[in-house]
Design a protein around this ligand. Sequence first.
Ligand code: ACO
Length: 322
Amino acid sequence: MNYSSIAGTGAYLPRRVMTNKDFEAIVDTSDEWIRERTGIKRRHIAAEDETTSDMALEAALQALQMAKVSKEDIDLIIIATTTPDKVFPSTACIVQRRLGISGFAAFDVHAACAGFIYALDIANRFIKTGGARCALVIGAEIYSRIINWKDRGTCVLFGDGAGAIVLRASDQPGILSTHIHADGRHEELLHVPAGISSGYEQLQQEKAFIQMKGNEVFRAAVGVLDAIARETLSVNGVQPGDIDWLIPHQANLRIISAAARKLDMPMDRVVVTVDEHANTSSASIPLALDVAVRDGRVKRGHLLLFEAFGAGFTWGSALLRF
Ligand code: ACO
């Protein structure tokens, strides 16, 4: 049986930074409200001509460099995104072309903020069953394009960015288990109503932007993240105290703290980037991982728990030995 393990990580954040103060000039909000309710201080916003594939490519190149893997060794690309460059082809195909490689499977996964866990789950299955040996798994999002900049309830919450990993076949695990779930009954609580088959012409109107019932999403996220963490630990016979780092999806510091508290994990064993990046959806976990790997907190051999929750609802987790 093959296992898969993370050989390298990479990240990209757009140069432009928007602080909470900057939002005070746009909507009726305050730095204090945003910090208190979300923990967010600032976020990166893509330039007008910057695309999801631009960001994904930069993150991928960094991950390849850290992994000391040549791009010719890649035989699978999966990109988690809900903000692709084009309706088609997939952003993964665009990144494949821009890397100058071809012939193997490349596709996007659409699972909102849980997208990276979905992509990791799929890549891990490919490698375990011998369908691939070296995968680029990327989360990349430009939510600034689907934000209603007049809606204070959502516009302050999101940022842009990309994170990537190289996932390689290995004799040792690596990925110990992945868990993915969905419950489509809650579609209306968090969605972008416009789509291709349901009103493409609405794409320039309000329906093209994120709509969220924040309170209800908040409650669901806290409950579901606790359940998925317990499911993951129980399958692996692991106690919360065994985990070196909890790396959760970065939507709201209050959600992250509640999830950690329920697991009895002190916050100094939780990687938090929501203050600097805001919610970058499927990019948030690989971005947070890359930050913690590069600043030396996450070390080889550490036991990591990833967990994410997002629109759909979708949610998932992964337990892995880094
Ligand atoms: N500035 C000032 N006031 C605001 C702002 C703002 N930016 N936004 C909302 N308010 C006001 C509201 O209008 C409301 O005012 P009212 O009491 O006069 O009606 C008040 O603040 C409280 O609003 P709530 O929505 O109840 O605030 P809450 O404490 O729930 O925080 C938040 C809102 C931050 C959105 C929170 O609910 C949250 O984080 N939800 C979960 C988000 C999430 O996890 N999303 C999942 C992933 S995203 C994805 O998958 C795409």
